[in-house]
Structures are given as structure tokens and as C-alpha cells.
Design a protein around this ligand. Structure first.
Ligand SMILES: Nc1nc2c(ncn2[C@@H]2O[C@H](COP(=O)(O)OP(=O)(O)OP(=O)(O)O)[C@@H](O)[C@H]2O)c(=O)[nH]1
Ligand SMILES: C[S@@+](CC[C@H](N)C(=O)[O-])C[C@H]1O[C@@H](n2cnc3c(N)ncnc32)[C@H](O)[C@@H]1O
Ligand code: SF4
Ligand code: SF4
Length: 326
């Protein structure tokens, strides 16, 4: 496994398969590309299944043992099942999706080799859901979550971005996962950097404090040093609910435990979700060239949050020049 200059081993890869989406969520960061979602028609610049598999085969040689497929909406790719089936056997395969296509395809994805799924669900009520996603597909998403559970995906994590529009729904989402076997909840801190709406931010520490009061057990996950709160039981009790908080913003501990590189839908390898200054285009590359690009990108990885950034007078984050000169 390769290790970067900050001692972070790279054990995972996160691949965006498309920037197209059938939703228009008001907060969407589109995996670091900002609000640039394309039309529904396939885009020429999307990597082919062969491109994706070539990259996976190379990083597997370096001991990368997990892949997360995301987007845009990755299930708009008709060849998703093929890509998963061709993923090296040494890799754990997971998917993050808005869930609308799961009712028809969850079973096929499991047959292809999918092990876990995260489904974005920001509210338990159709009108609140529509307000955030600009979509009327609430019932489809609920069906998708059921289809994923029936197909044997375990766990099925519900992703909820916590920001001004959704913060009030956190308690009922927590009850929902505690009451339903197989479901877990991921509360994701809203990342304002790429969306242009800093005013929607809320203090995620309040959610941590509230959960700590409810929890019967609290654990730390190695990845990103994330906290996990167990509600109504504990880690060994099947009837309890697990709530994980993903809180990257201004969190040097999160970045210090970041073990994944990323690939954009056009095939650019990059070391950090929030950075686009280290892109390496791998679409046309041979395996030997991909190996070289991978080594370079890992060698140049830098934590994003922490002393490497400073907040300017206008509230924007900028590189800490003092640090760069050292
Ligand atoms: N800044 C930052 N945010 C991340 C990172 N990983 C995940 N996130 C945030 O968390 C969201 C949800 O991630 P998911 O795709 O559901 O997957 P995950 O939680 O990272 O991975 P698993 O829990 O292992 O399934 C992402 O879209 C980001 O908003 C990361 O490395 N850096
Ligand atoms: C970009 S989406 C791609 C996969 C799929 N379309 C979905 O929505 O699950 C991946 C995850 O990013 C989260 N996300 C998007 N914009 C965000 C933001 N500004 N802050 C925090 N999380 C965000 C979404 O909630 C979703 O769980
Ligand atoms: S469903 Fe996912 S990719 Fe689509 S707009 Fe919402 S967060 Fe972004
Ligand atoms: S370095 Fe930090 S911000 Fe960048 S991908 Fe890793 S955890 Fe996310």
C-alpha cells in the first residue's frame, strides 16, 4: 500500500461514474465539481467501463481494497452491473445512490457483487424531500431502500445532509433507523465550500451533543475518525440503531484519517474531494502510465482542513501561505 507524506495509507478509491443526475438537490457538491450537473443524455467525456476497470486493476496492485461508486447519480449508468462484476475480487464494493433505480436493479447489483449501499434520504416526508431534492420521487426512494434490504445489502445506510432545511428532521430519522432492522443513518455535515450558500450551515457539534445524550454507546470508526452513536441498545444488539456523523469541515482529525483517492467521471485522478489542483487525466493512459500517475497523486496528497488552510476576511478558505513557504 502507498503512504503519503502525512503518513496516510491509501486503501480506498472513490469513483464518480457520471455527473448526470435525475435530481437537483439544493446542496449538491457533485463530488467536488460544484453545481455542474449535466443533462440526462450520456456525456462523451464519461469514462467507459473499460477505463474504470483498468484503473481498478492498477490500484488493486497497490493494495487498494475498497471502491465506492458514486456520481452524479451512478445508477444512470446502464453498465454499472458490468463494472461491478469486473471489479477485482480483492475489493469491497459499495455504492452511493439517490435510490430511485434500486427497485428494479438492487437484486442484479447484488448478483454482480455489490456488498453495501448508501441511499440519500434527507427527510421522511414527501414535501420536505421534494423541497431539498427538487424531485417528486419520494415513494420510489422508499421502495428502493426496501428493495436494497430485500436483496440482502447489509447495512443499508441512509445519508442525510444536515443543514438549515433538514436539521429539524434529525430526531425522526434517528427513530426511524432505530425502529427498522438493517438501516443505519449517516448524518453528513453540510459542506458549504462548493455550493455557494454558507448561510445554510448549522453547527454540527449541536447534533453530536444531542446524540451523545441519547446514546447507549459511542464508538470511533477508523475511517476519518468518525463518531458512531448507538441508540436503544449497543453494537451487539440487533434491535438498536447506529448513527454515524460525517463531519469533515474544518476537521483536521477527519483529514488525518483520510485513506481514499478519487476519480472524476472524466477519469481524472485526484487526492482530495475538495481539491482540483492535482488532477491527472487517466482516460487515455496505459496501465504503466496509470501506475505512475497514481504514485504521483498519492505522493502529493495534502490534508485539506487544518492548518493548511486559513479563513480570509470575506469568510472564504485560502491556502495558508505561511505553511506553504515552510
Ligand atoms: N470532505 C470529505 N467529505 C467526505 C469524504 N468522504 C465522504 N464525505 C462526505 O460524506 C458523503 C457521503 O459519503 P458516502 O458516499 O455515503 O460514503 P462514505 O460515508 O464516505 O463511506 P462509507 O460510510 O464507507 O459507505 C460524501 O458525499 C461527502 O459529502 C471525504 O473523504 N472528504
Ligand atoms: C454527490 S452524491 C452522489 C451519489 C448520489 N447521487 C446520492 O445522492 O447519493 C453523494 C453524497 O454527497 C452528499 N452531498 C452532496 N452535496 C453535499 C454537500 N454540499 N455537503 C455535504 N454532503 C453533500 C449527498 O447527500 C450524497 O449522500
Ligand atoms: S441525487 Fe446526489 S448527485 Fe444528484 S443532485 Fe442529489 S446529491 Fe447531487
Ligand atoms: S483530505 Fe480531507 S477534505 Fe480531502 S478528501 Fe480527505 S478527508 Fe476529505
Amino acid at each position: 500500500m502507498l503512504t503519503d507524506e502525512f503518513g496516510r495509507e491509501v486503501s480506498g478509491i472513490r469513483i464518480s461514474l457520471t455527473d448526470r443526475c435525475n435530481f437537483d438537490c439544493v446542496y449538491c457538491h457533485n463530488e467536488g465539481l460544484g453545481d455542474t450537473r449535466g443533462p440526462m443524455a450520456p456525456q462523451d467525456e464519461e469514462m467507459s467501463a473499460d477505463d474504470v476497470v483498468r484503473i481498478l486493476e492498477v490500484v488493486a496492485e497497490f493494495g487498494v481494497d475498497s471502491v465506492k461508486f458514486t456520481g452524479g447519480e451512478p445508477m444512470l449508468r446502464e453498465d454499472l452491473e458490468e463494472i461491478i462484476a469486473r471489479t477485482p475480487d480483492t475489493m469491497e464494493v459499495s455504492l452511493t445512490t439517490n435510490g430511485t433505480f434500486l427497485p428494479d436493479r438492487a437484486e442484479g447489483l447484488v448478483e454482480a457483487g455489490l456488498e453495501r449501499v448508501n441511499v440519500s434520504q434527507d427527510a421522511l416526508d414527501p414535501s420536505a424531500f421534494a423541497e431539498v431534492t427538487k424531485s417528486g420521487a419520494y415513494d420510489r426512494v422508499i421502495e428502493g431502500v426496501e428493495a436494497a434490504l430485500e436483496a440482502g445489502l447489509d447495512p443499508v445506510k441512509l445519508n442525510m445532509v444536515v443543514f438549515e432545511h433538514t436539521a429539524g428532521y434529525v430526531p425522526e430519522m434517528v427513530d426511524h433507523v432505530a425502529d427498522n432492522d438493517g438501516l443505519q443513518l449517516q448524518l453528513i455535515e453540510y459542506m458549504p465550500e462548493l455550493t455557494g450558500h454558507p448561510e445554510w450551515n448549522i453547527d454540527i457539534q449541536r447534533v453530536h451533543d444531542w446524540l451523545a445524550e441519547q446514546a447507549t454507546a459511542i464508538e470511533h470508526r477508523e475511517m476519518h475518525d468518525r463518531k458512531r452513536y448507538w441508540i436503544g441498545g449497543g453494537p451487539s444488539d440487533d434491535s438498536s440503531g447506529m448513527v454515524e456523523i460525517v463531519d469533515p469541515v474544518e476537521n483536521p482529525t477527519f483529514c488525518a484519517n483520510c485513506h481514499r483517492v478519487r476519480v472524476t467521471h472524466e477519469g481524472y485522478l485526484k487526492g482530495c474531494l475538495n481539491r482540483n489542483d492535482d488532477l491527472r487525466s487517466m482516460g487515455e493512459m496505459t496501465k504503466a502510465e496509470i501506475r505512475e500517475a497514481y504514485r504521483e497523486v498519492v505522493a502529493n496528497r495534502v490534508p485539506y482542513y487544518g492548518e493548511y488552510l486559513v479563513q480570509g476576511e470575506n469568510g472564504e478558505w485560502e491556502f495558508n501561505e505561511t505553511y506553504l513557504e515552510v
